[in-house]
Design a protein around this ligand. Structure first.
Ligand SMILES: [Fe+2]
Ligand SMILES: [Fe+2]
Length: 223
């Protein structure tokens, strides 16, 4: 297992150094949780951030760094929380970054609260936007594609119409894209924290409904 102590490394002084660092931290990541996810989350943050009038610099840095602790969580089989680890890493990385202390604090808060657990609720507009963008990447057309990619990683079948998804187990051949939709993705639209995030979530949800309605019909050969 990798070292799980706070990482000491060169302090970052520009956004390009932060992007390069974040990119490197995903060199061994799996397909459904990779650097491209971070880039999509960052793009969504910029779109929602503009609509919501947020601090875009804080949001961009937080988005690039939000999952840098992920390899530590994977290596520890879940013992290390990637949001806590990422916040620790970002605190060190931001030491010499030319931005005010309260904006640094906001960045750390965004990273820590993007994995909403217990009372670790996103409190600032930027933290709410990062939370929404991260969840939005799990739904819609990209969400469906990620769900089937993940199903492939765990060796799941394309579909199993004989079993109710509620009665199946994760990480088995029944951990299908449709199971992911029924048990998890279909509930995300009601968890959004910003108005623009909610609008995009409802649109993406409607597309998933249409997709799986057709998927099930094609599977049965009725369309
Ligand atoms: Fe995350
Ligand atoms: Fe993420």
């Amino acid at each position: 297992m990798k070292d799980v102590q706070p990482s000491r490394g060169p302090a970052m002084k520009s956004i390009s150094e932060i992007i390069a660092y974040a990119n490197r931290s995903f060199s061994n990541a799996r397909g459904s949780h990779d650097w491209e996810h971070t880039q999509r989350v960052c793009n969504l943050c910029m779109v929602i951030g503009k609509a919501e009038g947020a601090d875009l610099e804080v949001l961009q840095i937080a988005a690039y760094l939000h999952d840098v602790g992920r390899p530590y969580q994977d290596d520890s089989k879940g013992d290390v929380c990637h949001a806590e680890k990422g916040a620790e890493m970002a605190t060190v990385l931001m030491e010499e970054y030319p931005i005010s202390e309260d904006r640094k604090e906001n960045i750390i808060h965004c990273i820590l609260s993007h994995r909403f657990r217990g009372d670790r609720r996103p409190k600032t507009p930027e933290a709410k936007i990062l939370f929404d963008a991260d969840k939005l990447d799990a739904i819609g057309a990209v969400g469906i594609a990620r769900a089937f990619l993940f199903a492939g990683e765990v060796g799941a079948k394309l579909h199993n119409p004989a079993i109710n998804p509620e009665d199946t187990l994760p990480y088995t051949e029944d951990d299908t894209g449709y199971r992911e939709f029924k048990l998890k993705l279909s509930k995300i639209k009601d968890r959004m924290l910003t108005a623009e995030g909610s609008r995009i979530a409802h649109e993406r949800h409607a597309f998933m409904e249409r997709f799986f309605e057709r998927f099930l019909a094609e599977y049965e050969g009725t369309r």
